[in-house]
Design a protein around this ligand. Structure first.
Ligand SMILES: [Zn+2]
Length: 400
């Protein structure tokens, strides 16, 4: 990493931080229980065989195919019914397979809000020469989880928007390369959207604010982009890949420890022992990071064993992981919509007590301290990944 890059990362770290960064204690243990119970009651939505938010996208979704159209329909129907403003970013991409019509789908709850918390994933599946590739982890499950968050939190989201931070879901098209992954044969949708959002507002924002309103480029409204990818296999695990959001990742790790200690999730997923900042996985976040948007990249590291094989289908999925991720993501998005009537006043000491009540082990704090002490940009990517025995970060082909 060059010193110029280090300086740039440092300035991002200090100048552009997601609000409410210390969010792991915001929700009380009672509130986390309520969120977890709701997710458990709604678990059928994400059933691998029949789940209404997952099964329809567990099919090959190559651009233009019936499965691709079905995914578009599911996204638009589900979020339209929930009152999200839907906008389409239609464009024609020049690919090694010729000109291809692609479409990013953006769903925004209350587009007149000043800022957006973005959840994102790509919805198309890769073209493979040896058969119909489903891409269950890549990225059917992330798409289904985004829909699950929106529907599961439907009655709470407007409390979020009342704080002028709205939820926005981006479903990218054309993430996958047609041939070899290169800068020009990959992330077609993300590159297109970042480009037009750098110049102007999203059409849903214009519709909400009116044509005469002062419009800022949509990117200026993005407070944080969470990019989900390669999620759902039993080995799902994450590390802090983006230095400017390493503190958020640590908070998310603390939040999931509370969920785990309270028995709401089967295990934890945030690997807090790997130094943050190995900022080199090519994915849809790249054009946004290049434009200084803070990104938390939740992609499984190591990649699932089935990655970019025909085995990345329903059989590769672990329902416990999907159920856990539903609870974790709902809790993350809900973290600052807490209903004051349900929330006891939180002082610093009270926050610690709340954690203690949830029986979080001291080990977690030790791990956090290790990361916090070493989260400077001098730390290069980790050389191993404790607990898996197989992943060496530098050995992985990072194209997704
Ligand atoms: Zn892929």
């Amino acid at each position: 990493m060059s010193s110029a890059v280090k300086a740039s990362l440092q300035s991002q770290l200090s100048s552009r931080k997601f609000s409410n960064a210390q969010f792991s204690n915001v929700l009380s243990g009672f509130q986390l229980s309520r969120l977890a119970e709701a997710s458990q009651k709604q678990r059928s939505w994400l059933d691998i065989q029949k789940g209404e938010l997952l099964a329809p996208v567990l099919v090959p979704r190559q651009i233009g195919s019936p499965g691709y159209r079905a995914a578009q329909g599911l996204i638009v129907d589900t979020l339209g019914k929930l009152g999200y403003a839907i906008s389409w970013d239609n464009f024609t991409a020049s690919t090694p397979a010729g000109n291809v019509k692609m479409a990013n789908i953006i769903a925004t709850r209350n587009p007149s809000a000043a800022k957006r918390l973005v959840l994102s994933a790509h919805y198309e599946s890769k073209v493979m020469t040896d058969g119909d590739f489903v891409g269950a982890t890549d990225s059917a499950v992330p798409v289904a989880l985004m829909l699950d968050v929106a529907r599961g939190l439907a009655d709470k989201i407007d409390q979020l928007t009342s704080r002028d931070l709205s939820l926005q879901l981006i479903f990218f098209d054309g993430e996958e390369a047609y041939h070899e992954w290169t800068a020009t044969d990959s992330i077609y949708g993300a590159r297109h959207l970042a480009d037009i959002w750098e110049k102007g507002p999203d059409s849903a924002t214009v519709a909400a604010l009116g044509g005469t309103a002062q419009h800022v480029p949509e990117l200026q409204r993005v407070e944080l982009m969470v990019l989900l990818d390669l999620i759902g296999a039993s080995t799902t695990a994450f590390v802090a890949l983006e230095l400017p959001t390493a503190d958020l990742f640590i908070q998310l790790g603390k939040l999931e420890k509370r969920l785990h200690s309270a028995g709401h999730i089967s295990r934890t997923y945030m690997n807090m022992t790997v130094q943050p900042g190995s900022n080199n996985i090519a994915d849809d976040h790249i054009p946004f990071v290049q434009r200084d948007i803070p990104v938390m990249h939740l992609i499984s590291v190591p990649f699932p064993e089935v990655w970019h094989t025909l085995d990345d289908n329903a059989k590769a999925l672990d329902p416990r992981v999907i159920a856990d991720m539903s609870i974790i993501l709902r809790s993350f998005v809900a973290r600052d919509k807490a209903d004051p009537q349900e929330l006891e006043p939180l002082s610093e000491e009270k926050s610690e007590a709340d954690i203690a009540d949830d029986d979080v082990s001291d080990n977690s704090n030790n791990n956090d301290d290790a990361i916090l002490a070493g989260d400077g940009p001098d730390h290069q990517e980790a050389s191993n990944f404790p607990g898996t025995g197989r992943a060496v970060l530098s050995d992985i082909d990072w194209s997704t």
